[in-house]
Unconditional design. Structure first.
Length: 307
């Protein structure tokens, strides 16, 4: 997949999906898959136009917590069949009108023959453009266009805001339903204090990147993929009140993993169920017993086909 960070004119016609796509949830996937399908049917390059940062950072000086790291977002684009990503700095286009965006960038730069967006997409200076605006401008300039309707879960629209709230509250099953996949991330393995190893449950240590929503502190049933093989795990996210930590850590024990150390490798972690809140135990023995109990519950989830 080609990643372009400047407004470089395309020599090939494209079918381009428009959106910030934070989380790449089910609604986002519908927009992208429609553009990819159109591209394949009409021999075009399938493309996504997205931004390097949320417009709220530039316009309001505030950054909404992200759902997944940028690298994971790009990987998901690739899995969905996207061939080219225009990853543009919002500051370079913030003053462009909606019509100029369609005429000069979407058509003039991306060589778009088809485009699509979600029902709540906004574009152009002042965010005055929406799906209706895009449809009218597309017709004026000879583009075909598709605006995807909202998708719902639990009677309410699927949105990145709802997903962030679910993650923060520990409602991982709700987040997973809206994402259309298990929530998680692919992060490098770091050196830890090896206390878990001393207690009989050696952990895989990772650190939550800055700028992402913080999951509710506690223990989760999880799955970890290493070299194409998936292992059941129990993951603790938090500040380890029993032994103390200076930062939010992610520690995962995989009872059935007997392989080599993974320090420095990027490992894919997925969360499936919230097991219990993080707590301060009276002793390391009590902590050990709790982790073993968490692992037993996670294994039960696996046996029941929930992982």
């Amino acid at each position: 997949m080609e990643i372009i960070k400047e407004l470089i004119p395309s020599s090939e016609p494209t079918s381009t999906a428009l959106g910030f796509f934070d989380g790449v949830h089910r609604g986002h996937q519908a927009v992208i898959l429609e553009a990819v399908s159109y591209a394949r049917q009409n021999h075009l390059v399938s493309a996504v136009f997205t931004l390097q940062q949320s417009p709220r950072i530039v316009l309001l000086g505030e950054e909404p917590r992200g759902i997944i790291p940028l690298q994971d977002k790009l990987q998901l684009f690739s899995v969905l069949g996207v061939e080219r990503v225009y990853l543009i700095d919002f500051r370079t286009i913030r003053h462009i009108s909606a019509e100029d965006f369609v005429r000069d960038i979407l058509i003039g730069c991306f060589h778009a023959r088809h485009t699509g967006c979600g029902f709540n997409y906004h574009f152009g200076s002042g965010a005055v453009g929406n799906g209706t605006t895009l449809s009218l401008l597309a017709a004026r300039y000879g583009l075909t266009e598709t605006t995807q309707p909202q998708l719902c879960f639990g009677g309410l629209p699927i949105s990145s805001t709802r997903i962030r709230q679910c993650i923060a509250e520990g409602d991982i099953s709700g987040a997973n339903e809206m994402l259309g996949r298990p929530y998680g991330f692919c992060l490098p393995v770091l050196h830890g204090r090896q206390l878990g190893r001393q207690l009989g449950f050696p952990t895989l240590n990772q650190q939550l990147p800055e700028g992402l929503v913080t999951p509710r502190f506690g223990a989760y049933a999880s799955a970890i993929t290493i070299d194409g093989k998936t292992y059941t795990g129990v993951t603790n996210i938090g500040i380890k009140p029993t032994v103390g930590s200076d930062a939010v850590t992610i520690e995962t024990w995989m009872p059935d993993y007997n392989g080599s150390d993974l320090y420095g490798a990027s490992v894919d972690l997925r969360l499936y169920a919230f097991l219990r809140p993080e707590q301060k135990f009276s002793s390391l023995t009590a902590l050990q017993e709790a982790v073993f109990q968490d692992a037993a519950v996670a294994k039960q989830y696996l046996e029941e086909g929930l992982l």
